[in-house]
Write a protein that binds this ligand. Structure first.
Ligand SMILES: [Zn+2]
Length: 78
């Protein structure tokens, strides 16, 4: 999967390829179909969000489908 990552405040995003993670116990893997970027993301990328830890993948307003479920998950599944 391709991911846009910021490694530091005010740094340009870097697009990298990463392995698709496996969901752990109690987790689901969501295949993202759309993602919004809001002002909070801009605050994080500009270093104005004090609890942000870099590297960070901006975009927390997502929609998608459950692609896999980890152990112990019976809902939601596709
Ligand atoms: Zn937001």
């Amino acid at each position: 999967m391709f991911t846009a990552i910021a490694t530091a405040a005010d740094a340009p995003l870097t697009v990298t390829e990463r392995d698709v993670p496996e969901p752990g116990p109690g987790e689901v893997l969501v295949e993202i179909t759309a993602c919004g970027v809001c002002y909070t993301d801009l605050d994080v990328l500009q270093g104005h969000w004090p609890i942000a830890r870099f590297p960070v993948v901006p975009g927390h307003e997502i929609t998608g489908v459950v692609a896999a479920a980890g152990p112990g998950v019976s809902w939601p599944t596709s």
